[in-house]
Ligand binder design. Structure first.
Ligand code: GDP
Length: 339
């Protein structure tokens, strides 16, 4: 294991915007070793007064829609405005594949070399709960390191969108013209979550189709209830490959932030997210302690076998295990692996 630095060294390095220290600090918040958790907590406490000042933008869309290409183009555009941009990825699918889908590709090469951008490869082998915690904490570290904009990318699968929605101020959905909604993973509910839709690949022979798709989505949005932010959902076309539409998208986000700051929604939303984070954290910590509890671990296989063979109802079995957990000494077993 790499040598850990002192809390003060991490804090000083992060505040100075030193990327190497920021990376090492994020590694600490990604670790589930008890010593690292304690170090991470102390570090975050020290850095907390320096967080919260960025605009957090979630970006989602099915694989192939052009998220990496978009982030590269958008990130470079933002840095051209003098902004500092951090990119984080939520990639829970890595759990099944055993490797990071988002991290496997050589991604965002140009942005990666940009001195005003910081790209964190997605952590692998984490549960959804683990990813959520680490990404939120990593975002705080990036803010403390002086990044004005934090882009959080997610593959449009499963619950990861809800998760990213729950940790960002603005949620952007990338789509393609001509592909059926089904294909694009447009589940019921996703449209209600987004603040803007960008129809990507609006270039070459696809230009007209993209404009038509924009018109269709605008039409479809009329049937949705008003967004909780009070700001109407915007639909635009863009070409990540050619870098067009970036300015418009930034203007939409910037206007959204101004309007919601004025209305109070921006702050209220962040406060609600803090409350959700607390509840998530309680659930994740309880689960972690439950599954690493020595008595629970001893009994789990037997109980699971009884349930599988129909000798005991899952409800009963769960109650029995929880009772054992509550009665066993509080000290959790050594936590192995990552949460
Ligand atoms: P991701 O899986 O959503 O991250 O998608 P990528 O950024 O890897 O893009 C998938 C493919 O679409 C790549 O071959 C890109 O070069 C291509 N692509 C991305 N954006 C555009 C665009 O605006 N126009 C065109 N024509 N191709 C694009």
């Amino acid at each position: 294991m790499r040598q850990r630095l002192s809390v003060e060294t991490y804090i000083r390095g992060v505040l100075a915007g030193d990327r190497a220290t920021l990376s090492r600090a994020i590694t600490i918040v990604e670790s589930s070793l008890p010593d690292d958790r304690a170090l991470a907590a102390e570090m975050l406490r020290g850095l907390l007064p320096h967080t919260g000042k960025s605009v957090r933008i979630g970006i989602t869309g099915v694989p192939g829609v052009g998220k990496s290409t978009f982030i590269e183009a958008f990130g470079n555009y933002l840095t051209s405005l003098g902004k500092r941009v951090a990119v984080l990825a939520v990639d829970p699918s890595s759990q099944q594949s055993g490797g990071s889908i988002l991290g496997d590709k050589t991604r965002m090469e140009q942005l990666a070399r940009n001195p005003n951008a910081y790209i964190r490869p997605s952590a692998t082998n984490l549960s959804l709960g683990g990813v959520a915690r680490h990404t939120r904490e990593a975002a705080l570290l990036c803010e403390a390191a002086g990044y004005d904009i934090v882009l959080v990318e997610t593959v449009g699968v499963g619950q990861s969108e809800t998760l990213v929605k729950g940790m960002t101020d603005f949620f952007l959905l990338l789509m393609l013209a001509g592909a059926g909604d089904e294909l694009q993973g447009i589940k019921k509910g996703i449209m209600e979550m987004v603040d803007a839709v960008a129809v990507n690949k609006a270039d070459g022979s696809n230009g007209n189709a993209a404009q038509n798709a924009v018109a269709e989505y605008r039409q479809a949005l009329h049937y949705l209830p008003e967004s909780p932010s009070g700001v109407p959902i915007q639909v635009v076309a863009c070409s990540a490959a050619e870098g067009t539409g970036m300015e418009t998208i930034w203007q939409i986000i910037d206007a959204y932030c101004s309007k919601t700051t004025e209305s109070g929604f921006f702050a209220a939303n962040r406060q609600a997210q803090q409350g959700d984070w607390l509840r998530d954290q309680i659930r994740v910590s309880l689960e972690e302690r439950f599954y690493t509890n020595t008595v629970v671990r001893q009994q789990m296989a037997t109980v699971a076998e009884r349930v599988k063979s129909g000798l005991q109802l899952p409800v009963e079995a769960a109650a029995e295990l929880i009772e054992l957990f509550l009665q066993s000494p509080a000290k959790p077993a050594e936590i192995s692996g990552k949460s």
